[in-house]
Write a protein that binds this ligand. Structure first.
Ligand SMILES: [Zn+2]
Length: 658
């Protein structure tokens, strides 16, 4: 067991952004960082990391917690395993008390399975380096491929001897249970070794743990499959693993591009040559889950095909799902009879990189050309081709991109643009209808630049109908402050319908945390800071808390809010000459109400900041202080940009600007 002192040390150094950053590309969003959620599928980022509080939260699916929680959930590992991961990352020595038998038994199954695989990996490695057969067959093979010893060790390459059950016997003698050996697929139901007489490749998960193995047979005339993979197990789902991703992740992020090859040796060879943003789909053809895995790190994929691959056409047909995920896909064809492994070794890394840079073709154009060659002179085939291409284009979610492809492909295929537009439109509409009829609505996501719902515009349009420009009077901030307080009092505890893990209080208070101190209205400030304190102490923001509050002021306010819910609405209506539809049914509309109130609140505060910076600019000009002038001008511009986004979202045009 890890000692308490060690646990404390680990927890005190860990930075949430470092840990999450190992698995998700994060971009700065104000004080926070954001990215695509690894726990649910999404197109716009609703996954947030808060470095100050050292936590993460997804507003799409509700997952949230600290670095340890993230690792446990993401890597399917236990609490101590997560701590060890962090310790390793920060070079902290882990102090452990002796492990008792009971503790061992309590260990999670997943842990045990990883431990079995780790032991097996050591076994295969020692067979490779320390036995005659291993050296003469296995090591010989890897050396022929040009792999250096450090490469062989880094990638966990090994050798499985040609024996019936040497691995099974060795490990069971050491105390590993036969059940667990079967569970990871190393031992068959008849107690034979699964891998025999093969060179071994270790398949690692994103945390670097061995989740499975692949073995390549050495006799070339064998009737058995050249490569076999571990069967699917509790820790290995083929469709969700990309070979090499643990080593490629950093380079993929840096280059903002992922290169996809077909074979294990391709990946290893390219990495050894210094091209490290390379992975392969192992044991399956490319799956949607694998695409989404790549998408966490980059939207750009380059797929390399061997020059003589007979299956190119089939492969190309199977690639439409990449388009559906809104990825930028390019295809590279290697010269005849070359694969990435052989080619990079022959021409070197620099020339290889230049080649794939130069030869990379946009996937849709590549597909069009490939199929055009096939259809040459055959009108029926050509008609089929048009259909095929159109259905690919229709899968692209972005309409602007679709339009560009239609134009280019119409020229390539010599088909009128109007025909393609019509055909594509039909499919797009049909897909939409299918989606509406079949699948549930897309996951709502509650975050964009400002940490706001991305489909706010829609929410607001639904709420207020058609947008009409309105004049927003400078109404002071007091009203907005009390309005936010009202919503916290009334609906603080309510769960968002779209996301049952987040309350209205979470949604609002965490967003305006920094603004609370600036609130002028004393009562509103008191209510909001008390509510924030509740949240920070992990307590619920209940109506009772306010109704039975020790402070008479707060009690009165709460009572007032509940007995005459329209009192502020009238005020709001007067000030904006806008009917407040959200107020008619406050109970069912609280969600829209909260979102909208938050925006109004922010808007008036930004307004206030704009005024302040505006007058500071004036002062600086009068003082002829260029430095101050520039500084305040920058601040003013920043607020102005935020202001215009918010007014646009609110459907309000501010006529009187400062
Ligand atoms: Zn999520």
């Amino acid at each position: 067991m890890i000692t308490q002192r060690s646990v404390q040390e680990i927890l005190s150094v860990v930075r949430i952004e470092d840990i999450v950053g190992d698995f998700v590309t994060l971009k700065r969003k104000g004080a926070n960082l954001g990215g695509l959620c690894p726990f649910h599928n999404e197109k716009t980022p609703s996954f947030n990391v808060n470095p100050v509080r050292n936590i993460f939260k997804c507003f799409g699916c509700g997952e949230g917690g600290d670095a340890v929680t993230f690792l446990m959930k993401h890597e399917n590992i236990s609490y101590p395993e997560a701590l060890r991961y962090i310790a390793k990352k920060y070079n902290i020595a882990v102090e452990e008390t002796e492990v008792t038998k009971e503790v061992l038994q309590e260990k999670q199954l997943a842990d045990t399975l990883f431990i079995v695989n780790e032991r097996a990996l050591k076994f295969y490695q020692s067979q490779l380096f320390d036995t005659d057969k291993g050296k003469s067959i296995g090591l010989q093979y890897f050396k022929q491929r040009g792999f250096r010893e450090e490469t062989i060790r880094k990638w966990g390459l090994g050798y499985a001897p040609e024996h019936r059950d040497v691995l099974t016997k060795t490990l069971t003698t050491e105390g590993y249970s036969i059940e667990n050996l079967r569970k990871v697929g190393l031992t068959s139901q008849y107690d034979n070794d699964f891998f025999r007489g093969r060179v071994m490749f270790t398949i690692q998960g994103l945390s670097g743990k061995p989740v499975a193995f692949a073995g390549r047979i050495m006799q070339s005339d064998a009737k058995v499959a050249k490569y076999i993979n571990s069967p699917e197990t509790e820790i290995y789902t083929k469709s969700r693993i990309l070979y090499g991703l643990v080593h490629a992740r950093k380079a993929i992020q840096q280059k903002d591009e992922c290169i996809l090859c077909e074979g294990y040796t391709d990946v290893i060879s390219l990495h050894q040559a210094g091209i490290e943003n390379v992975v392969a789909s192992s044991g399956t053809s490319l799956t949607t889950d694998q695409i989404r895995l790549i998408k966490r790190f980059t939207p750009n994929i380059k797929i390399i095909y061997d020059g003589d691959a007979a299956g190119i056409k089939a492969a190309v047909r199977g690639l439409d799902m990449v388009l559906e995920e809104d990825m930028n896909v390019k295809v590279v064809l290697l010269p005849n009879k070359e694969d990435p492994d052989s080619y990079v070794q022959r021409i070197g890394a620099t020339a290889f990189q230049e080649y794939i840079e130069k030869e990379a073709k946009d996937f849709i154009f590549f597909k069009t050309q490939t199929l055009l060659e096939e259809a040459a002179g055959d009108p029926i085939k050509k008609a089929k081709l048009v259909k095929d291409i159109v259905s690919s284009i229709a899968k692209i979610p972005d309409p602007v991109k679709r339009q560009l492809y239609i134009r280019e492909c119409s020229a390539l295929m010599r088909v009128e643009e109007a025909v393609l537009i019509g055909e594509t439109g039909k499919i797009v509409r049909k897909n939409l209808e299918d989606k509406k009829a079949g699948r549930a609505a897309p996951t709502p996501s509650v975050s964009d630049e400002a940490g706001q719902p991305t489909d706010n515009q829609k929410v607001i349009e639904e709420t207020f109908g058609e947008k009409k420009p309105q004049e927003l009077e400078k109404s002071g901030t007091d009203y907005q402050d009390l309005d936010i307080a009202r919503i916290i009092v009334m609906h603080g505890e309510a769960l968002f319908i779209a996301d049952r893990n987040i309350t209205v209080a979470d949604f609002i208070l965490l967003d305006i945390e920094e603004l609370i101190n600036n609130i002028e209205d004393k009562l509103a400030k008191k209510i909001l800071s008390e509510a924030l304190n509740l949240l920070k102490n992990n307590e619920k923001v209940t109506q009772q808390f306010f109704l039975q509050n020790p402070s008479k002021e707060i009690r009165d306010f709460a009572t007032n809010v509940f007995s005459s819910p329209f009192i502020y609405s009238e005020n709001w209506e007067n000030k904006l000459s806008r009917p407040l539809e959200t107020q008619k049914m406050p109970d069912s509309n609280f969600e829209k109400d909260a979102i909208y109130a938050l925006k109004r609140f922010k808007l008036v505060h930004i307004d206030k900041f704009m005024k302040i910076s505006h007058s500071e600019i004036g002062k600086a000009i009068a003082d002829k202080n260029v430095e101050q002038e520039t500084k305040w001008l920058k601040i003013y511009m920043k607020y102005k940009a935020m202001h215009s986004i918010l007014t646009k979202e609110l459907g309000t045009v501010v006529l009187k600007s400062v």
